[in-house]
Design a protein around this ligand. Structure first.
Ligand code: KIV
Length: 289
């Protein structure tokens, strides 16, 4: 999707920032237009101000403050422990630092499953306190009523189906979903969530042929991670995309393409700094007052 298609023709009818300060924001209808035109868009996770502003400047259309912050910010082994209160400041930092991207806040485990009312309350917090533009939740057709209630409350919802990391214990680990006959289940999930008002369907770890069938079954745009190339959008966790995560014993998923080696760059920089300090090379006269 070319960044030039992101023009925002809305005005601020009740005051507030001048319309020009919001021009160029990606909106959910731009993602729908991308699918209609056969274009693609990119989504990356972001959890802080610098990555948000860099990815925004790079023209990444959608930033996801994922519950993967549990693994990639807070150091947990799974995404389950992170809470709404922990994610909210990260969402706000990203939304404040990205003038163009659509910012999506991820519902953490335990923040929406009990009832549509619980989901609406969580969504309101992410849009009101976190300044997100949309939210994402994991789960299939079972959550159609939940999505409907949120959309009625004015909360745009991205649905996440296929492998849903919050259910990793129920699913028996990180396993590809929607193989063979199971493809029909994913198509049912996607069509039910679309009918409930989801503006987009994200699929994780799904065979490319299944993802293509899901994409063909819905009018809304789809996003893939480990779901082949037929989806309208693609998403990666930024630390995977930029090679920050790695080192001994760390396995990178098959669906990841690394576009940089930030881990090596940071390791080299930190080692050089440590050596300079120990040898008295830093600070030099040029760094002193
Ligand atoms: O939390 C996350 O990073 C995600 C992506 C893997 C889609 O949900």
């Amino acid at each position: 999707m070319a960044p030039s298609t992101n023009s925002d023709d809305s005005t601020a009818p009740y005051g507030g920032p001048a319309p020009t300060s919001r021009s160029g924001r990606t909106r959910i209808h731009h993602l729908a237009q991308a699918k209609e035109r056969g274009e693609h868009f990119a989504m990356l996770t972001a959890y802080d101000q610098y990555t948000a502003s860099i990815f925004d400047e790079a023209g990444i259309e959608v930033l996801l403050v994922g519950d993967s912050a549990a693994n990639n910010v807070f150091g947990h082994a799974t995404s389950l422990p992170v809470t709404v209160d922990e994610l909210l400041p990260l969402v706000r930092a990203v939304a404040t630092s990205a003038p163009h991207a659509l910012v999506v806040a991820d519902f953490p485990f335990g923040s929406y499953e009990q009832s549509p009312a619980q989901a609406v309350a969580t969504g309101v917090r992410f849009l009101k306190e976190g300044l997100a533009h949309a939210v994402k939740l994991e789960g299939g057709a079972y959550y159609a009523d939940t999505v409907r209630a949120m959309v009625q409350a004015g909360i745009p919802v991205m649905a996440h189906i296929g492998f849903t990391p919050q259910s990793e214990h129920a699913l028996g680990g990180y396993r590809v979903q929607g193989r063979g006959d199971d493809a029909a289940r994913l198509i049912e999930d996607a069509t039910a969530l679309e009918a409930a008002g989801a503006f987009c369907v994200l699929m994780e770890m799904v065979p490319a042929s299944t993802a293509a069938a899901v994409d063909a079954a819905v009018d809304v745009p789809t996003i893939g991670i480990g779901a082949g190339s037929a989806t309208t959008g693609q998403v990666l966790v930024w630390q995977d995309m930029a090679g920050l995560r790695g080192g001994e014993g760390v396995k990178v998923a098959k669906f990841v393409k690394q576009y940089a080696d930030l881990r090596t760059s940071l390791l080299d920089a930190a080692r050089a700094y440590g050596q300079d300090v120990r040898s008295g090379q830093f600070p030099g006269p040029e760094h002193s007052f």
